[in-house]
Design a protein around this ligand. Structure first.
Ligand code: COA
Length: 202
């Protein structure tokens, strides 16, 4: 019923759509953003572009309904985005630097990230140089497909030589937190805002 396959450039629109439809702590975030492409520009597009070997999609009769994506070498990926991904987006979306942080709209908060990306904690990168994101639409959730996707990505990151993988999860997304812990991830760090960084040795 569900087919798991490597992503292709033709999946870009589906990845962006799923990214938005899971952007509100795992629930549909469509109502939060005026520009429907912003979240995908940050959390989906660059992975498909620069790490297609670690990007997998889940498909059913209705189409693509989930993905997992990641990179084995986070510092190299962040450096590449600085050279080849952010410049075009920075030209397209002005930096809301003059709007005080607490007055920024959700779109402006993401646009600020395009100009000032939130980089991974260097202290964690030696042991956990890889990172990932996973999102399934509701119709694919709770059927073992999240585990299946995650295990496929962990295999490809292990084959690429990464000794560990980390991920960020929002404080309100308790369902995803429990999923990751069930699959062996443990807490590496907690941010002041309540988000968690979880990690797994590969
Ligand atoms: C979080 C998410 C990836 C989990 O995928 P899923 O397909 O729903 O989970 P699965 O059915 O594959 O569950 C895998 C295992 O985790 C367990 N599990 C899943 N959710 C759990 C929970 N909330 N608490 C405890 N165990 C949980 C399952 O029981 C299952 O155990 P088993 O394989 O040992 O029988 C998926 O629900 C999702 O994409 N949610 C919306 C987007 C999101 O929140 N993404 C993460 C952003 S950080």
């Amino acid at each position: 019923m569900f087919d798991l396959r490597p992503a292709s450039p033709a999946d870009r629109a589906a990845l962006y759509r799923i990214c938005l439809q899971t952007a509100d702590s795992g629930a549909d975030g469509t109502h939060l953003y005026r520009d429907p492409l912003l979240v995908g520009h940050i959390y989906a597009g660059p992975y498909l572009m620069f790490a297609p070997e670690h990007t997998f999609v889940l498909e059913d009769g209705e189409g693509v309904c989930g993905y997992v994506l990641g990179v084995a070498d986070t510092p190299a990926f962040e450096a590449r985005l600085e050279r080849e991904w952010w410049p075009a987006l920075r030209a397209q979306y002005p930096d809301p630097v003059n709007v005080p942080p607490h007055e920024r709209t959700p779109d402006e908060r993401l646009t600020h990230l395009i100009h000032h990306p939130s980089l991974h904690d260097p202290a964690l990168l030696a042991d956990y140089p890889a990172h990932l994101h996973i999102d399934l639409l509701p119709r694919a959730q709770g059927r073992g497909q999240g585990r299946r996707l995650l295990e496929r990505l962990l295999l490809s990151l292990r084959e690429a030589g990464a000794p560990g993988v980390q991920l960020g999860v929002g404080g309100r997304n308790t369902r995803a937190q429990a999923f990751y812990r069930h699959l062996g991830f443990s807490e590496l760090r907690r941010t002041p805002g309540g988000s968690l960084v979880l990690g797994l040795k590969l």
